[in-house]
Design a protein around this ligand. Structure first.
Ligand code: ATP
Length: 244
């Protein structure tokens, strides 16, 4: 569950949000709609904690992991494709790195042994043994073949990088998915795959997209950004359009 209470935000003279109150619940997919410049992307950034509102707060139920589709296509240029996907779950990735460092120590001590045992247990709890195969499945679903999985991100074409970043966001069964224009640069087959993935997804999806067919296929609710307010409606875009 995400609870948004009394959010307000100004950019200079412009009041972008005023007294926004909303609740997002698991199992639902929310399509954020509104005119150009209404504040859709800014709202996602507030939810993601990237922009601090002037007033109000966003509260996320404890223990729920939020995953955000990264917009910087160069951020992972020095990383291997498969690792980049696994980095979607930051804690799991940290554990993998810490384990590697400890196992490669020439003077492995008793204390190191204890630490490794703790890490192994946390790793197993997080389904770490499945991480590589899950990352690989996501990549292949989005059309990134296994021949690219061991390459550096910098070696990939722009559209391929976008798919890897999308796989990263979807990786590790997050509780909340924040997606700003996820279908950009995707081909028809990948969009269909993504639709099926999101329809089956059990958590909360909050998405901004210009792709009306995609919205209609996946969204259970519309979040309409208009004149500083955001209102939630049940149903997809066509239903919202016909009834408004
Ligand atoms: N960091 C910022 N500082 C000042 N103004 C900003 C900042 N970020 C966005 N804005 C302005 O806030 C308004 C909302 O921007 P935002 O990108 O959230 O809108 P949007 O609804 O996603 O638009 P679009 O559909 O065109 O992508 C715009 O007028 C934009 O120029």
């Amino acid at each position: 569950m995400i609870t948004v209470s009394n959010i307000g935000l100004r950019f200079g003279e412009r009041k972008l949000f005023e007294d926004v109150n909303l609740k997002f619940t698991p199992g639902n997919c929310y399509g954020v709609i509104g005119a150009n410049g209404a504040g859709k992307s800014t709202f996602l950034k507030i939810l993601a904690g990237e922009i601090e509102p002037d007033s109000g707060e966003v509260v996320i139920a404890s223990g729920i992991r939020m995953s955000i589709l990264k917009q910087d296509h160069y951020q992972y240029d020095q990383c291997v494709v498969l690792d980049t996907v696994i980095m979607g779950n930051q804690r799991l990735h940290e554990i993998i790195k810490e384990k590697e460092e400890l196992y490669s120590k020439p003077d492995f001590s008793d204390d190191d042994g204890m630490k490794v045992a703790e890490l192994e247990s946390e790793f197993a709890e997080m389904n770490g043994w499945e991480a590589e195969s899950e990352a690989s499945t996501l990549l292949q679903g989005l059309g990134i073949g296994t021949d690219l999985h061991d390459k550096l991100m910098s070696e990939l074409q722009g559209a391929e990088k976008v798919k890897v970043l999308l796989a990263q966001a979807l990786f590790g069964n997050p509780g909340i998915l924040i997606l700003d224009e996820p279908t950009n640069h995707l081909d028809f087959k990948s969009i269909t795959w993504l639709e099926e993935f999101l329809i089956a997804f059990q958590g909360i999806v909050i998405v901004v997209t210009h792709d009306r067919h995609f919205v209609n296929k996946i969204c259970t609710h519309m979040a309409d950004v208009d004149f500083g307010k955001i209102k939630l409606y049940v149903g997809n875009y066509d239903f919202w359009y016909e009834s408004s």
